[in-house]
Design a protein around this ligand. Sequence first.
Ligand code: GLY
Length: 377
Amino acid sequence: MIDIVRPAIDDVAVSLGERSYTVRVGQGLIARAGPEIAPLLRRPRVAVVSEATVAGLHLEALRAGLAISGITLEALILPPGEATKSWQHLQQTVEWLLAQKVERGDVVVAFGGGVIGDLVGFAASILRRGVRFVQIPTSLLAQVDSSVGGKTGINSPQGKNLIGAFHQPSLVLADIDVLDTMTPRDFLAGYGEVVKYGLLGDAAYFDWLGAHGPAMAAGDKGLRQQAVQRAVRMKADIVERDETEQGDRALLNLGHTFGHALEAATGYSDRLLHGEGVAIGCQLAFDLSARLGLCAQEAPVRVAEHLADMGMKRSLADIAGELPGRDALIALMAQDKKVVDGAMRFILARDIGDSFVTADVPRAALAALLDEALAGR
Ligand code: GLY
């Protein structure tokens, strides 16, 4: 038999005392899920929660990977899409895990993108007052962002991610191979979160993405692994400093105040994927920063050029269908979790790679920005 030599796995440590864990980034991790997960298990079985698209593509590979170590799996397959992050599916998941007799010492596996990771992590946080869970993120967005750092939750009709808990995973397996099966649209939506890292805190990473982003999108696995590893390292550093978002962690929400409002305005539907909202939101955050004189006009221009090079959505004009007016959008933004004492807080930028949190945004400037953005539709 020919031994296929795979590139090395990158291990990123997330150091949080007794809640520490490793994010493993590389190829072939699902194919050897058994040896990866076995050290965490008290008995050789796991309850896996996934969604129909991912399960159709990868569940048998996961089953085979676990079987290497004699681990069996039972799976709950939920519908794909943001609407699954709901009370209804949380209840279904928790009741199913109880019916599977998942005990305090067992491990639940979240096998899917950000929706599944958030929902299943939240279910694990409340099941029997908390059981351990493993994230196997299958989308770029989940690999670089949502699977790391322990934010879990569901959406409310009143806003995104308003119900949830901090619950760190015990292990994250970011298998670069699964990104091959993503649609170009989903991949680029996830890239919205990738570019966010360069914009919020690492200008050199933004430059690197400028040079390599298109080849990465075209399928280069070595570049994908480097991009994911570097984003996860940045996220881990921030989460280690501020696990429960008392300060710096809010920087990870660059683009999200606008993005979440746009997602709510489009009904959390296919009209706008989360990462697409983040990319448009990052652009608006840089536009607002320039409008307020906080950064040079060149910065939002460079953001727009890179998003255009990548073929990504970057303005309100790229969102199909009706959007509510400026005041309704501002009202949706005011539901953001970053609101303190009723004051909205924004992540703005002094430059690419230099962002900060502020509540000091005159409503008139925000209104003028949104008026201009809506007029461009
Ligand atoms: N996605 C933002 C965070 O994890 O803090």
